[in-house]
Design a binder for this molecule. Structure first.
Ligand SMILES: [Zn+2]
Length: 204
């Protein structure tokens, strides 16, 4: 399936729009002061047990309303938007759940699996609207959650997979329920409909 390439301008327009809609702030390594804040929080949260430099080089992170984007996620416009939609869903969870989010995320595998499943679901919903496809199997859906950084057991990965299967079954019928993904798709419908897959069913 061919899709229209996304330009850097489109990717950043959508990112800026999501920042406004979700009250979020996107931070890069070049934003000196904000980067120091993100670095400090990550060092504290990981108790200096991991290499902060390596973590921030390779992983984007969301801390409350601050979204830190790893350098490697800035290179390709489609990857940028995909990551931004995922992280924006975490900002929505934080607005909704407040301090329960960091508490459940850090202290329970089940909490972490659920928050991540919904963030990946939003990311996959955007991908579905953009390309017309979703990851093709239950295994492929659950795969990102097997990353060692999430520290999830088999049962929690299964829980996340079943949540993702439900969400993707709805998405296949054009029903999107992610907060950030719905805003992103509505933006594209209004401003850049050519970015959406042929046969994309307009949201109601
Ligand atoms: Zn996440």
């Amino acid at each position: 399936m061919t899709t229209t390439p996304m330009t850097r301008d489109q990717a950043w327009s959508l990112t800026r729009y999501l920042e406004g809609a979700l009250g979020a702030r996107v931070v890069q390594r070049t934003d000196a002061i904000e980067y120091q804040i993100v670095r400090g929080v990550v060092e504290t949260a990981t108790l200096n047990m991991v290499d902060t430099e390596d973590l921030l080089e390779n992983y984007s992170q969301t801390i409350g309303p601050l979204i830190y984007l790893a350098p490697k996620h800035l290179v390709d416009p489609d990857l940028l938007v995909s990551v931004v939609v995922h992280e924006m869903e975490h900002v929505h969870q934080w607005h909704r759940d407040g301090l329960r989010l960091p508490w459940l995320y850090l202290t329970t595998q089940e909490g972490r699996a659920t928050y991540e499943a919904h963030a990946y679901a939003a990311q996959f919903e955007w991908g579905r609207a953009r390309t017309g496809t979703v990851p093709s199997s239950i295994e492929a859906l659950g795969m990102p959650l097997e990353a060692p950084a999430y520290l999830l057991g088999k049962d929690e990965i299964k829980l996340a997979q079943s949540l993702l299967v439900q969400r993707m079954t709805s998405a296949a019928h054009g029903h999107y329920s992610g907060f950030a993904s719905r805003i992103a798709i509505a933006w594209a419908e209004r401003n850049a409909a050519g970015l959406l897959a042929l046969g994309h069913k307009r949201m109601t």
